[in-house]
Design a protein around this ligand. Structure first.
Ligand code: UDP
Length: 484
């Protein structure tokens, strides 16, 4: 069904399923609940097209999609790093985005919503006289870090003058102080090429019309309050918690691995689910240690196994599994036989939302990607935090120290970065059986209810998105699209 709508909102998703999945949900809400004509724009060439196709296939027909032409990146230095590459990718796509937004046949555009990697599009929005919003697929904490960065540098500092964020960075998150090692990647080393991108993008934040965050009030209570006050004082644009955007389990793909059938045969609340997201990859040694830890824990498990990382890089976004790759061949000799009946290892992908909402699933050993986090919270499944890269260590710190929905193995500082089998077994057992685990399980149940309330009829996230929709409509009437 096509909604009778004239006001266009263009959503620009940066490459990666983790960015696209919540954007798809936002697109649907804006179209179905608020009557906007929504176009979801993607840029091919940096992400797995098959995964993106699966994600986009859940869109109703009244949300339009558009694909910008691919842009070349082969002139960039090979060591520029994934984050800088994505920022650069979006920057180079701006002329194509401009052409799309100026295409009169599409009708006039009211707002552009970009994501964390797309803030270079904000000046374009301002120039075209449309509202510029940023949708953050991660937590409020991410904006907080960006504000720190902008504050540290002012407008004048050039790359050679960049400074380090403090070793202990206080976040307005209920007393959380972030250790340097837990800062998101790309914020730790001022000489990292992506640092300059972060500084430049952070300087634009104050000029956005507003931010939408895939989070909800009760998940980040103190953060939400702090940003609310800052918006009232005019110190920073308004930041709206509009999540959690979690795919409905019915919109998930078929279960090719057969893991749901397997779960059906397991006792209630008995299975440890393990997955490290769309890019997470463990070393060969760590894979073996994890297998041994699972054996030692004695618990049932469902493990999504990906190809191990041979170069030590825990992020394997770009690398597609080859036809001949068999991740299970990297598991320790005899492991699958010894655990047969109580453990299942599936290759590369599981229908995660359905796994998490299955009654047999008891806990989630997770890389703490923000989508996985929200999915786990929404399903009331407590986590063992096993962060690998990007902003996952910060998420893990929030989840363990502030939110209380995860336990983190003590190993993180052992110098070699290896989580031992003993720690793995102990964390799983604690979460499943222990007293600390019990507190985490209780807190997770509370937050599951809170996450449901956020999108109930008078829920905080529903109201917040309604407020934004109202502002967009008013801006069109008043004819002042761009930020002051
Ligand atoms: N996902 C899935 N099956 C898998 C691995 C991942 O369905 O085997 C989904 C997961 O449910 C989540 C997304 O992929 O929605 C991963 O996003 P997240 O932010 O957790 O991590 P990222 O992949 O961006 O690191």
């Amino acid at each position: 069904e096509k909604l009778p709508s004239q006001q266009q909102v263009v959503l620009l998703a940066s490459p990666g399923a983790g960015h696209l999945i919540p954007m798809v949900e936002l697109a649907q809400r804006l179209a179905a609940d608020h009557g906007f004509a929504v176009t979801l724009v993607t840029i091919p060439g940096m992400s797995n097209p098959a995964t993106e196709a699966v994600v986009l296939s859940s869109l109703p027909s009244y949300v339009l999609t558009a694909v910008l032409p691919a842009v070349p990146l082969d002139d960039l230095p090979s060591d520029i790093g994934f984050g800088a590459l994505v920022f650069e990718f979006v920057r180079r796509s701006l002329p194509n985005l401009r052409a799309l937004m100026e295409d009169a046949s599409r009708g006039s555009v009211t707002a552009l919503v970009c994501d964390f990697f797309g803030t270079s599009a904000l000046p374009l929005a301002a120039e075209l006289g449309v509202q510029g919003y940023v949708f953050l697929p991660n937590s409020f904490a991410m904006i907080s870090i960006m504000r720190h960065l902008a504050g540290l540098h002012g407008d004048a500092a050039a790359p050679g003058e960049y400074r380090y964020l403090p070793d202990l960075l206080p976040l307005p998150a209920g007393g959380l102080v972030l250790h340097h090692a837990d800062l998101p990647e790309g914020f730790q080393d001022r000489k990292d090429p992506v640092y300059a991108y972060h500084v430049e993008e952070a300087r634009r934040y104050g000029r956005a019309n507003g931010f939408l965050v895939n989070s909800f009030e009760e998940l980040e209570v103190v953060m939400v309050e702090t940003f609310k006050r800052d918006a009232e004082d005019g110190a920073f644009p308004p930041v709206y918690p509009v999540g959690p955007f979690v795919r409905s389990s019915s919109s998930e793909e078929a279960d090719e691995s057969g893991c749901l059938e397997w779960l059906d045969r397991q006792p209630e609340n008995s299975v440890v689910y393990l997955s490290f997201g769309t890019g997470g990859s463990l070393s060969v040694e760590q894979t073996a240690e994890l297998a041994a830890g699972l054996e030692m824990s004695g618990h049932r498990f469902l493990w999504v196994v990906r190809m191990p990382s041979l170069d030590g890089n825990p992020c394997a976004y770009g690398s597609m599994p080859g036809d001949k790759d068999d991740p299970l061949a990297w598991l320790p000799e005899g492991f699958l036989e010894r655990t047969s009946g109580r453990g299942l290892a599936v290759v590369a992908w599981a229908p995660q939302v359905r796994v998490l909402s299955h009654s047999a699933t008891a806990c989630f050993v997770s890389h703490c990607g923000w989508n996985s986090t929200l999915e786990s919270v929404a399903a009331g499944v407590p986590m063992v935090a096993w962060p690998l890269y990007a902003e996952q260590k910060m998420n893990a710190a929030i989840l363990t120290e502030v939110t209380g929905v995860a336990l983190r193995p003590a190993a993180r500082g052992n110098g070699h970065g290896l989580v031992t089998r003993e720690e793995i077994a102990a964390s799983v057992k604690e979460l499943m059986e222990g007293e600390k685990g019990s507190a985490v399980r209780g807190r997770t149940r509370e937050l599951r209810e809170a996450s449901k309330r956020a999108w109930s009829s008078e829920g905080s996230s529903r109201r917040a998105l309604g407020e934004v929709a109202g502002k967009l409509k008013a801006a069109l009437v008043n004819g002042n699209g761009s930020a002051p």
